[in-house]
Design a protein around this ligand. Structure first.
Ligand code: NAD
Length: 427
C-alpha cells in the first residue's frame, strides 16, 4: 500500500523552514565573497512584501476567505520576476525564500530582473475552474498596484498554469484599460505566450543533467534516472531524459510512485496521468513508496516537486551519483553537507531549473516588442544561456574549491551586490 502524500508533505522530514535554508546559503556566499554583515542584512531582507485576503464566492453561494502573498525580494538589476503558487502549504516565509532564490537565479543567468514570488494558500484540486478564476482575478486585483511589465512579472509555479496567467493578464489589462501582454509570462500561445515556454524549465533541467553526467564520466545512453514530481517540470524532464536514451526507472507524484527496472515507458505514463490525474496504477510499472524513490541506486536523481525533500533524516541513504534540482530548494543545507562528503554532484536549483525564467524573459521581450520568435530560435538561445551558466558555475567552483551551489550563489550574489553598489543607496 503506498502512502498518499498531501502536496508539500515530506516523508520523514524534520520541520524545516525554507527561509532559514535560503538565508544560510546567502550567509555562505557572503562569507566566500568577503562581504560584511550589513550586506547579508540588505540582501537577506525583501524590499517589499504584501499579504492580502481573498474572499471567494463558491459555486454553491458560500463565502471562503484565503490568504495570498507577493514578495519582491530585490530590484537592483531590474523589475522583479517570479512564479505564483497555489498550495495549501504556502507560508509567507516560503514565499520569501522562493523570492530570494529568484533573485539569484535571474542574476546567475544574467536576465535583467530581480526576484519575486507569490502564493495563495489554497488547494486548487478542491475548487472548480470558475472558483479558481475568481480567486485569481481577486488576488490580481489586490496586488495590481505592485505588478506590471516594468515592476514585477508573475509566472506559473506549483498549482498554477497558463490558464491562471491568462486570467491574471486579463484582470490587470482591464484595470489598465488596455491589453498588457508583458505583465505575466507562461501565457497561452494565443495570448502572447512564447513557443518553448511550457517545456523550458524541463529542457534546462535535462541540459544541465547531461552536462553533469558528462562531468562524472557517465554515458547518457543506458544511465538510470529517478524523477520526483510529475507536474510541469518533472513530466517533461522525464520525457527529455528518456528521449536522450536514459532509463527513467522511477517517477513519483504526491500520491505515490511507480518503478520499472528496465525503464518506464514515459509517453505511456504521460497518457495514463492525463487520463487519471496520477502516476498511481500505471500498468507499466510496480508500486514504489514515494520516499523510497529518493534512495534508489541511480545515476541521476531529479527532485522536481517541493522544498526540503532531501534533509538530514534521509540524505545519508541517497545513492544517486548526480542530483539535478528541478524543484526550488529541495535540498536543505544539512543534506548538502552530507552530499558533499559523499562526493555526490549536486546541480543547484538556481542553475538547473533556470530554463523557465530564461524563456520567460524571452516571452517578455517578445511581448514588449510584439514580435515573436520561432521555436528553434527560442531553444537555441536557451541552450546558449544554459551552457554559459553551467560553464561559469563549474569554473567558479573549481577556482574556489567549493560545491556548485556555493559557487552559483556566490556568482549571483556578487552580481546583485555590484548592481546595488553601482546604483548607490537612496537617499
Ligand atoms: P506542478 O504543480 O505542475 O507539479 C508539482 C508535482 O509535484 C506534481 O506532480 C505533484 O503531484 C508533485 N508533488 C507534490 N508534492 C510531492 C511530494 N511530496 N512527493 C512527490 N511528488 C510531489 O509544479 P511545477 O511547476 O512542476 O513545480 C515543481 C517545482 O519546480 C517547484 O519547486 C517549483 O517552484 C519549481 N520550478 C518550477 C518552474 C516552472 O516553470 N513551472 C520553474 C522553476 C522551478
Amino acid at each position: 500500500m503506498t502512502a498518499v502524500l498531501e502536496p508539500g508533505t515530506v516523508a520523514d522530514a524534520p520541520a524545516s523552514n525554507p527561509l532559514d535554508d535560503a538565508r544560510a546559503q546567502l550567509a555562505a556566499a557572503i562569507d566566500v565573497l568577503g562581504y560584511d554583515q550589513s550586506m547579508h542584512q540588505l540582501l537577506g531582507t525583501p524590499r517589499r512584501e504584501v499579504t492580502v485576503s481573498i474572499p471567494l464566492r463558491r459555486d454553491n453561494g458560500d463565502i471562503e476567505v484565503f490568504t495570498g502573498h507577493r514578495v519582491q525580494h530585490n530590484f537592483s538589476r531590474g523589475p522583479a520576476k517570479g512564479g505564483l503558487r497555489y498550495s495549501p502549504d504556502v507560508t509567507l516565509d516560503e514565499v520569501r525564500a522562493l523570492a530570494m532564490w529568484m533573485t539569484w537565479k535571474c542574476a546567475l543567468l544574467d536576465v535583467p530582473y530581480g526576484g519575486a514570488k507569490g502564493g495563495v494558500r489554497i488547494d486548487p484540486r478542491h475548487y472548480s475552474p470558475a472558483e479558481l478564476e475568481r480567486v485569481t482575478r481577486r488576488y490580481t486585483s489586490e496586488i495590481s498596484p505592485l505588478i506590471g511589465p516594468e515592476r514585477d512579472i508573475p509566472a506559473p509555479d506549483i498549482g498554477t498554469d497558463e490558464r491562471t496567467m491568462a486570467w491574471l493578464m486579463d484582470t490587470y489589462s482591464v484595470q489598465q484599460g488596455h491589453t498588457v501582454l508583458g505583465v505575466t509570462t507562461g501565457k497561452p500561445l494565443s495570448l502572447g505566450g512564447s513557443l518553448g515556454r511550457a517545456t523550458a524549465t524541463s529542457r534546462g533541467v535535462a541540459h544541465v543533467a547531461f552536462a553533469a553526467l558528462g562531468d562524472r564520466g557517465i554515458a547518457l545512453h543506458g544511465a538510470t534516472a529517478a524523477v520526483q514530481g510529475f507536474g510541469k517540470v518533472g513530466r517533461y524532464a522525464a520525457r527529455f531524459l528518456a528521449e536522450a536514451g536514459l532509463e527513467v526507472v522511477a517517477v513519483s507524484d504526491q500520491y505515490g510512485a511507480v518503478a520499472a527496472e528496465a525503464g518506464l515507458d514515459i509517453p505511456a505514463l504521460e497518457q495514463h496521468v492525463d487520463a487519471t490525474g496520477s502516476v498511481l496504477d500505471f500498468a507499466g510499472g510496480d508500486v514504489l513508496d514515494g520516499a523510497a524513490l529518493l534512495e534508489l541506486e541511480v545515476d541521476l536523481l531529479v527532485p522536481a516537486a517541493v522544498e526540503g525533500v532531501l534533509h538530514g533524516g534521509n540524505t545519508g541513504r541517497v545513492r544517486a551519483k548526480v542530483i539535478v534540482e528541478g524543484a526550488n530548494g529541495p535540498t536543505t543545507p544539512e543534506a548538502d553537507e552530507v552530499l558533499r562528503q559523499a562526493d555526490v554532484l549536486v546541480a543547484p536549483d538556481i542553475l538547473a531549473n533556470a530554463g523557465g525564467v530564461v524563456v520567460s524573459y524571452f516571452e517578455w521581450v517578445q511581448a514588449n516588442q510584439a514580435f515573436w520568435w520561432s521555436s528553434d530560435e527560442v531553444e537555441a538561445r536557451l541552450a546558449t544561456r544554459m551552457d554559459l551558466a553551467w560553464q561559469s558555475v563549474t569554473a567558479h567552483a573549481r577556482r574556489l574549491g567549493v560545491p556548485l551551489r556555493a559557487a552559483a550563489t556566490a556568482l549571483a550574489v556578487e552580481r546583485v551586490a555590484q548592481a546595488h553598489q553601482q546604483r548607490g543607496l537612496y537617499p
